[in-house]
Design a protein around this ligand. Structure first.
Ligand SMILES: C[S@@+](CC[C@H](N)C(=O)[O-])C[C@H]1O[C@@H](n2cnc3c(N)ncnc32)[C@H](O)[C@@H]1O
Length: 281
């Protein structure tokens, strides 16, 4: 069933682009994960095969999107296994992890995104998936507002360790906005909490490639943090910063040159995990 997406703004629609890449990976025999829900989102939004195929877009973005998906799947499940019983998907878009992953039974999964995005997602998943096995709490709020209060209002407990995921978001924030996000998230993270995110430098090749595909998309990109390791350290997180290209190689994937640092290529693309240490330790 087609659903109205007219209330979803340009940044909200980027979630469909990620879903298109995950749908393609799902169809691939050697896919890094399965995501049977991604295609439902696209169909419900009236996006046909041209979206799913999206050859130019996929050439630039697919490896980044699918490697990070697999990497964060593993990281989130490991965090849950180690005691994080709250998971917060910040800017969750069409991420289907609340349904797709097998969480410990008492896990509470919070999904923060804009109201029209979450309403669309809820409707599609009601039709195609039904309720999640674990407790799921959609939190409809703009991340530029007091999102921590909205999260608390849905039952979030800041004294309980949390696994945070900020996926596909930081490049659309400027450095001060990214910093405000991290400050808030840090303030409500109990010791033992984990944080994972992806981020990349936006160089000329990437900009030119996305301009050819969709200038509107390039227009959404800002800077985010310039140095994730230093950024996390300054907020008292113990960080593990990986180059996407290295993690991709572990999965036998090669990234587009726009995501490879070095003189012959363009810039850093990071997959980051971090832990909030116990102050007494
Ligand atoms: C590229 S999508 C990524 C979605 C998801 N994390 C994933 O990887 O599939 C970006 C998401 O960020 C959300 N977003 C961007 N700015 C936001 C804001 N100010 N408040 C709430 N959500 C926001 C959009 O609505 C969209 O769903």
């Amino acid at each position: 069933m087609h659903r109205d997406v007219s209330g979803i703004d340009a940044i909200g629609r980027t979630a469909f682009a990620v879903a298109a890449l995950r749908a393609a990976e799902h169809r691939s025999p050697d896919g890094l994960f399965t995501d049977p829900y991604a295609a439902h989102f696209l169909r419900a939004a009236g996006m046909g095969p041209q979206w799913e195929a999206g050859a130019d877009f996929a050439a630039v973005m697919r490896t980044q999107a699918v490697v990070r998906t697999r990497f964060f799947d593993e990281g989130l499940l490991a965090a849950a296994d180690q005691g994080c019983r709250q998971v917060v998907l910040v800017a969750s878009g069409m991420d289907s992890r609340p349904w797709r992953l097998t969480w410990p039974a008492d896990t509470e999964v919070f999904e923060i995104d804009q109201d029209p995005v979450l309403r669309f997602k809820n409707a599609v998943m009601d039709e195609h998936a039904g309720p999640t096995v674990v407790a799921r709490h959609p939190v409809a709020v703009d991340l530029r507002e007091d999102w921590a209060a909205a999260l608390h209002a849905r039952g979030f407990d800041e004294n309980s360790p949390t696994a945070w995921l900020v996926e596909g978001l930081l490049y659309s924030l400027d450095a001060p906005a990214a910093d405000r996000l991290l400050s808030t998230l840090t303030r409500i993270s109990a010791p033992g909490s984990t944080l994972a995110f992806d981020h990349f430098e936006i160089g000329p090749t990437l900009r030119a490639a996305t301009d050819r595909i969709d200038p509107g998309l390039t227009g959404l990109w800002q800077s985010g943090p310039a140095d994730p390791a230093a950024w996390l350290k300054s907020h008292d997180w113990l960080a593990d910063v990986h180059e996407l290209a290295h993690i991709a190689a572990e999965f036998d994937r090669t990234v587009h040159p726009a995501y490879v640092p070095g003189p012959a290529a363009e810039g850093h693309s990071w997959l980051v995990t971090a832990v909030r240490p116990n102050p007494a330790a």
